[in-house]
Design a protein around this ligand. Structure first.
Ligand code: PLP
Ligand SMILES: N[C@@H](CCOP(=O)(O)O)C(=O)O
Length: 464
């Protein structure tokens, strides 16, 4: 399996090198040259597999022989063995034909664990084989950071630097990152927003002088293809449980960086009968404006009760645009260069109409988010986190057919966001056992200005 850049000018790479790179050298994102596609019979054959058995079947073609099959199987089994639910990604029914898939049973209580527990192990495997050390640089609006730290901190081959927007993540999220005191873990609180942190990550790939050519720079955000690959699995897992491939299923996904829902789009491309992909955004609604009005236009980023989705520039949207532009890297490079200048993209009407046959969207402000948490709790006594609530609202507003089951991805555990739960007039749940003393643990982080130079200086000095 070869991977190509969305901007057409970087060399094609195999899985190992894509994993170890993150962003392509031309500033684009890697995607498979051709998607593996399963027949109906093959998908039927996946029914009844354990989560890790299914993950192995889905992931194997992407890895394309860069890891021996049995070794890959063992890595995947190890990845999901410690999740706190034997089904790994259980479904809970909210109403007739309406479900949530709980993606928060991993160690850091958010869907990021599905990919980052695997990515940490894969990185360690390849870096050990090559006897190399890497610097991981990541941006987080709250969940990727702790999941990346948890997934990678045990590797002797990495130093990990995670930037979060200072004072813009929940206290539980911050403490999940800053209370990890390992020598190879560094938390940077950037005086800016998530987009600023993400821009620093991307710019660092273009300017790697701060590493003196001694270390490889690796991305753990969903710009890294391995993240998307691992997230494809749970779409198959849910759809198979609900009768696929003989029954279509729709998904609603609380969306920020467009990685999670893009994994659903990939699952569909691999043969899963997905009828609708519904994007839910908070009031940072650039994606909703694209899907509802063909206007992907940057606006100022606001702080909401769903802080993990306080994102304006959605990295993975470029991967969708690439497909919408017939996978023409040159056209994409021009489009993205135009976006850098004008802060706006609107695409050819016929292309936009074609994407609308699959995608729909809705946005929710904080009041609507809180009202949905309350409404679902009153109906079912099930407690949604604010991000999932946005997904549920979008599902209820946009579902095209009540006959098709809709699954909302429950992307985080409500315990991470007590402010939203209290605003809904409900009691915040207790922290799980392994985090019980989180609020009394020692924290370590460094506050830095929103400056590429300051971040590079910090990393260079720390590594010296
Ligand atoms: C809890 C939660 N829900 C939803 C999202 C949005 O996912 P994506 O950025 O892949 O669209 C995020 C962060 O990305 C998140 O942390
Ligand atoms: N919501 C994310 C933002 C980063 O997104 P990613 O999926 O690209 O890593 C977070 O919680 O950090």
């Amino acid at each position: 399996m070869k991977y190509i850049s969305t901007r057409g000018a970087a060399p094609a790479l195999d899985f190992e090198n894509v994993l170890l790179a993150g962003l392509a050298s031309d500033g684009g994102l890697y995607v498979p040259e051709q998607l593996p596609r399963f027949t109906t019979e093959q998908i039927v054959g996946f029914s009844g597999l354990s989560y890790s058995g299914l993950a192995y079947e889905i992931i194997r073609p992407f890895v394309g022989g860069t890891i021996e099959d049995e070794q890959l199987r063992a890595i995947i089994e190890d990845t999901y063995a410690d999740f706190n639910h034997s089904a790994v990604a259980p479904l809970t029914q909210l109403d007739t034909n309406e479900w949530v898939m709980e993606l928060f049973h991993g160690p850091t209580l958010a869907f990021k664990d599905f990919a980052l527990q695997l990515l940490g192990r894969l990185l360690d495997h390849f870096l050990t084989k090559r006897d190399e050390r890497a610097v991981i640089l990541g941006a987080t609006s709250g969940d990727t950071g702790s999941a990346a730290i948890e997934g990678c901190r045990h590797s002797d081959h990495v130093d990990i630097f995670i930037m979060h927007p200072h004072n813009r993540v929940s206290e539980v999220q911050r403490r999940q990152m800053t209370t990890v005191l390992s020598d190879n873990v560094h938390n940077l609180a950037i005086e800016g927003n998530f987009d600023d942190c993400q821009a620093i990550v991307k710019a660092s790939f273009a300017e790697q002088g701060f590493l003196n050519g001694e270390r490889r720079l690796v991305a753990v955000n969903s710009i890294n293809w391995a993240r998307i690959m691992a997230q494809v699995v749970y779409y198959f897992h849910a759809a198979l449980s609900l009768g696929s491939p003989f029954r279509p299923v729709s998904f609603a996904v609380p969306t920020g960086n467009f990685g999670d829902i893009f994994a659903g789009y990939i699952a569909r491309g691999m043969g899963l009968p997905i009828q609708q992909l519904i994007v839910g955004t908070n009031r940072n609604d650039i994606l909703h404006r694209f899907f509802s009005a063909n206007s992907y236009r940057k606006e100022s980023l606001g702080h909401t009760l769903s802080p993990s989705m306080d994102i304006m520039v959605s990295s993975n949207f470029e991967r969708l645009l690439f497909d919408l532009h017939d996978r023409d890297g040159k056209a994409m490079a021009e489009l993205m260069a135009g976006f850098d200048v004008s802060g706006e993209i609107s695409i050819d009407e016929s292309r936009w109409q074609s994407v609308k046959t699959l995608f729909d969207s809705q946005c929710a402000n904080d009041d609507e988010t809180v009202a949905t948490i309350r409404q679902v709790f009153d109906q079912t006594e099930y407690l949604l986190d604010p991000h999932t609530a946005i997904g549920v609202k979008a599902a209820r507003d946009c579902l095209a057919s009540r006959e098709v089951p809709v699954v909302t991805l429950a992307t985080a555990h409500p315990v991470k966001f007590p402010d939203a739960i209290l605003a809904a007039g409900l009691d915040a749940p207790a922290l799980p056992h392994h985090l019980q003393d989180l609020h009394s643990r020692e924290e370590r982080m460094t506050v830095l200005p929103n400056s590429l130079a300051a971040v590079h200086e910090f990393i260079a000095t720390t590594l010296r």
